[in-house]
Design a protein around this ligand. Structure first.
Ligand SMILES: *Cc1c(COP(=O)(O)O)cnc(C)c1O
Length: 457
């Protein structure tokens, strides 16, 4: 008998990854390039560098280097909040009475409460290194805005955060955390940008969307000297920064000779899941394992399971480059689901390509089922999970229950991306039994697809 696997595994600082993994370098075929909507031609590095930091653009376009060094200046900041624990869910296994082995990587042990700080640290570092004075961004649920505010404070940059209005109103305390770290925060749509004013005029009273907040942040970055825009998800370099999640998980599991049969995670823009699966997917692409990869999205915003694989804008004001991805159409307005971080019309081009080529599966789940799973998880594992993360919990629990029925002893790894302390209005609805499930009708989807651009498609 092998020794019992500990409840929690923390790597030592010495064992922490010194390089990120660039999953694209393992893919046999790359996703199609970003297109400039005006010309229909692939975006050049120079065009992208007007919006994003130079080094991030280089990483975005790098399809050849399998590993990219994590600069010491970023690794130093990582030691503030990493490594994150890999937890064996003994209590959950017992509660479910399943023969499955369940592990989760918990990214919520930092003030921002999620994995987002992994890429915020990197992007703020590169912005500072380039000599910029300020950065802008959008935030949905608020985790990304908080993470970037922490990173901007650490590296000494000014930051303006456009926060989706529904979240801004649901989570007033998020605002105070962000302001404590020294950033400006504005509810989006706002009247501070052309994009915001246009949307307010067309849809007065809208609760906003991530796409709209992106448009406002990009516009502000372009119009402000020594300023660039920073995106918390979707783009390839963000997924690469998040590979630290998967690399740490794999290093820890390798110590015990454990390989997962399934890797499960929630998907908003796809960054945490792209990062969690990175080392395992790299092996799968080389034919070295047969792991099942299951990405989970909300039934209210089913970008992959009901979306189209097409070129689309990354924002609803149609000012960003076009990305080839699974999308519901940039004008799709998701209903006010509580998993704010998953309310995005599109999906990472890397994950979209992997899904399109049959390397991963997708599941869409309803929020009432998600909160039920969150409650059961909280009662046995102790952590109060974010609604986003609870999508992964729900599917991991479903798979563990299937194991109980079949008697199979599968190994399940899932990503627990964050904590739910700012989501108590949602938990309140759930506890009071007033939570609703939103599922777009075919008509809603058609309306979104009608906004797909003709360029590229
Ligand atoms: C933002 C967020 C997500 C979704 O974003 P991805 O880019 O898909 O990872 C998931 N969980 C939490 C807690 C988040 O804050």
């Amino acid at each position: 008998m092998s020794a019992k696997i500990p409840y929690k595994t923390y790597l030592t600082e010495e064992e922490m990854p010194k390089t990120w993994l660039n999953l694209k370098a393992f893919m046999k075929e790359q996703h199609e390039p970003f297109l400039n909507p005006a010309t229909g031609k692939p975006c050049t590095a120079e065009e992208l560098e007007q919006v994003f930091c130079k080094e991030c653009v280089e990483q975005e376009l790098n399809c050849t280097d399998k590993e990219i060094e994590i600069p010491e200046g970023i690794r130093n900041f990582y030691t503030n909040f990493r490594p994150s624990p890999l937890i064996r869910a003994y209590f959950l296994e017992k509660m479910l009475d399943t023969p499955a082995e369940i592990y989760y990587k918990f990214e919520g042990n930092n003030t921002s409460g999620s994995h987002k700080l992994n890429s915020a640290a990197a992007q703020a570092y590169y912005a500072k290194k380039q000599g910029l004075k300020s950065i802008t961004t959008e935030t949905g649920a608020g985790q990304w805005g908080t993470a970037l505010a922490m990173a901007a404070a650490f590296y000494g940059l000014d930051l303006k955060v456009f926060m989706v209005k529904t979240s801004y109103e649901q989570k007033p305390y998020r605002k105070e955390v962000i302001r404590t770290y020294g950033a400006d925060i504005i509810a989006s749509p706002s009247d501070t940008t052309e994009a915001g004013r246009k949307i307010l005029k067309e849809f007065p009273g809208t609760g906003g969307s991530l796409g709209c907040a992106i448009a406002e942040a990009v516009e502000t970055a372009i119009k402000t000297p020594d300023c660039r825009y920073v995106l918390g998800s979707v783009l390839d370099h963000v997924l690469m920064h998040q590979s630290i999640i998967g690399l740490e998980s794999k290093t820890a599991l390798d110590k015990y000779g454990v390989t997962p049969d399934m890797v499960i995670g929630c998907m908003g823009g796809g960054s945490n899941y792209g990062g969690l699966i990175a080392p395992y997917m790299a092996e799968k692409l080389q034919g070295k394992n047969n792991i099942r990869f299951i990405g989970v999205e909300p039934a209210s915003c089913p970008s992959m399971s009901r979306g189209k694989y097409a070129y689309d804008f990354c924002d609803s004001a149609k000012i960003t480059p076009l990305a080839k991805m699974y999308t519901l159409g940039c004008e799709f307005m998701p209903s006010p689901d509580h998993a704010g971080g998953l309310r995005y019309h599109g999906m990472s081009p890397v994950l979209s390509k992997l899904y399109h080529d049959g390397y991963m599966e997708v599941r869409a789940v309803k929020q009432s089922e998600v909160f039920k799973a969150a409650e059961e998880f909280a009662r046995c594992e102790g952590i109060l999970p974010a609604p986003e993360s609870s999508h992964a919990i729900k599917v991991a629990m479903d798979e563990a229950i299937k194991c109980k029925e079949t008697g199979e002893k599968k190994v399940i790894l899932f990503g627990l991306t964050g904590t739910g302390y700012f989501d108590l209005a949602a938990y309140k609805q759930f506890n009071e039994g007033t939570m609703k499930d939103y599922i777009p009708t075919e008509k809603d989807l058609e309306r979104g697809f009608a906004s797909l651009p003709s360029v590229g498609n």
